[in-house]
Write a protein that binds this ligand. Structure first.
Ligand SMILES: *Cc1c(COP(=O)(O)O)cnc(C)c1O
Length: 387
């Protein structure tokens, strides 16, 4: 029999840590158990009507049926630059400092191919979205993990990175507001990162997927608002979480023109851009940002308030947060992340064990606020049975 050997990069993939919980969930669902799934970070709300209407119109136009221009339709890039100016006050050259993406995950995943040589190092937070590490690995590089600890407000401790690692470091990944911890970063931290990047000749990749999911009057900054950031940084924006568009696959990168150009060169050899009708629908979202976000975010705010109160009443501790639709909840004394997630699953509530995002996430579970109020109330009443 022919043996089809997989490439080393696939063999080196870390084990999938949610396998056990997925298996148990399937088993309980098969038994007919009612389950409240707070596991996935995927909005349950529909995409706003005006965006869908624009897609319908644009899909009918044969001009949109051909390949889009390789680096994104200019209209989308101009709309993205305009939105960044209005939202963050940052100035961008739409033709050289903006690139459309097939979702921000796509851009993040391809980025190391443009800048990592074998042996180069990426500085990667942990716990984190897994793509930073895996994309580095796929490009032949290796990750140096920066733990995000509560005692540091879930910010990386840049001073603790050894000098020999810094010599090999090419990229630094950060993500604020943060998945999974919900932590935020202020401009003063971003400014320190800019200094650090300049001193050590490192390119910063900021994942800005959650900058628009803010609560209690907070407004998350863009990394590019830090003085000098454009000399050293690229920032990845997503329409997915902001406009409930995860299935549409559209996002954009902004920042340093060499970084944008490098990613564009990789992409032009891999994909052929985003369906123009989807880009036009995305423009509609960006143009109506204020009204749309004013509709969407209060829904999460209400859910968040209900859950934090319910969890606190149940004796559980939730990490302080002003952003994202995640709650980072401490497992009670005597429970590991996996124990606690398994226990909640027995009660019919799915959560994500924190150690699945990296070892320093041990002792936490992540809950996503992606269920309606009545289902969240149901989850809380089940969680209260823990006592
Ligand atoms: C959801 C998510 C993304 C990916 O968003 P897309 O634009 O849909 O690809 C990127 N980073 C983080 C941290 C996310 O949670």
């Amino acid at each position: 029999m022919t043996v089809i050997e997989k490439a080393e990069r696939l063999k080196k993939l870390p084990p999938y840590l949610f396998k056990e919980i997925d298996r148990k969930k399937e088993e309980l669902l098969k038994k007919g158990m009612d389950i409240v799934d707070l596991g996935v970070g995927d909005p349950d709300l529909p995409t706003p009507k005006c965006i869908i209407e624009e897609l319908k119109r644009s899909a009918d136009d044969p001009a949109n049926h051909r390949y889009p221009s390789y680096s994104g339709m200019n209209d989308f890039k101009y709309a993205a630059a305009d939105w960044c100016k209005k939202r963050f006050g940052i100035d961008l050259d739409p033709e050289r400092e903006v690139l459309s993406l097939i979702g921000s995950k796509e851009g993040i995943a391809h980025f190391p191919l443009a800048f990592i040589n074998p042996g180069d190092v990426s500085l990667v937070p942990t716990p984190a979205y897994p793509v930073y590490n895996i994309a580095t690995m796929f490009a032949g590089g290796r990750s140096w993990f920066m733990p995000l600890l509560k005692k540091n407000d879930f910010l990386p401790d840049l001073d603790s990175i050894p000098a020999d690692v810094l010599k090999q470091a090419k990229l630094l990944f950060i993500n604020y507001p943060n998945n999974p911890t919900g932590a935020t970063a202020e401009l003063s931290f971003f400014s320190r990162v800019v200094e650090f990047a300049k001193k050590n000749n490192i390119l910063v990749c900021h994942d800005a997927a959650y900058t628009e999911m803010n609560f209690d009057g907070y407004r998350a900054p863009s990394f590019l608002q830090a003085p000098g950031a454009k000399d050293v940084a690229i920032e990845f924006h997503s329409l997915s979480k902001t406009f409930n568009m995860t299935g549409w696959r559209i996002g954009f990168a902004v920042g340093n023109r060499d970084a944008v150009e490098g990613l564009g060169a990789i992409k032009s050899n891999i994909d052929s851009g985003v369906f123009q009708a989807v880009q036009l629908a995305g423009i509609e979202g960006l143009k109506n940002y204020d009204a749309l976000v004013a509709d969407i975010m209060p829904v999460y705010a209400k859910r968040r308030e209900l859950m934090i109160k319910g969890l606190n009443d149940a004796g559980l501790q939730v990490a302080q947060s002003k952003a994202t639709f995640y709650l980072w909840v401490s497992a009670p004394e005597g429970y590991t992340s996996a124990d606690f997630a398994a226990k909640l699953l027995e009660l019919g509530v799915v959560v994500t064990p924190g150690n699945g995002f990296g070892e320093p996430g041990e002792g936490y579970i992540r809950m996503a606020l992606t269920q309606k109020i009545d289902r969240l109330e149901e989850a809380i009443s089940r969680i209260k049975k823990l006592k």
